[in-house]
Write a protein that binds this ligand. Structure first.
Ligand SMILES: [Zn+2]
Ligand SMILES: [Zn+2]
Ligand SMILES: [Zn+2]
Length: 136
């Protein structure tokens, strides 16, 4: 967390006590959230912080590679992201996110390209939501 605080400072985002609490909540979510949803969760947990600060935190985290934005049905969501290379599988119903290690193949890429990286995310339905939808 100290190193993260240091890197956030280079983006001009200083971690106060409340902001650190917000960051901790975000880290522990394991789901994708909109800034408005994150703001609501923070309020429920007694962390009083402005919506603008949530936006600024997400922006700063994204810049330093500690958060990833996802465009889902026209809305931007964010998830906390560890620095090691990985992928995600995301439930379209409850927005829960699970990390996936291991990479897909590069089969099917056009010839003669130098490729430096890739981003792969899967969207679907988690076991909990599947059970719930099959229960009746
Ligand atoms: Zn991630
Ligand atoms: Zn789900
Ligand atoms: Zn990969």
């Amino acid at each position: 967390m100290d190193e993260l605080a240091q890197r956030l400072r280079t983006e001009g985002f200083r971690l106060t006590k409340e902001r650190e609490a917000l960051l901790k909540l975000f880290h522990e979510l394991h789901r994708i959230v909109t800034p408005a949803e994150m703001h609501e969760i923070a309020e429920e947990q007694g962390v009083s912080i402005g919506l603008t600060t949530v936006y600024r935190l997400f922006e700063a985290l994204t810049k330093i590679g500690a958060a990833v934005p996802f465009l889902v049905e026209g809305t931007i969501y964010y998830a906390y992201c560890d620095p090691q290379h990985h992928h995600h599988v995301i439930c379209m119903s409850c927005h829960r996110l699970t990390e996936v290690k291991g990479c897909p193949t590069y089969d099917g890429l056009p010839a003669n390209w130098d490729v430096y990286g890739h981003r792969v995310d899967w969207f679907g339905m988690c076991p909990n939501c599947k059970d719930a939808s099959q229960a009746h």
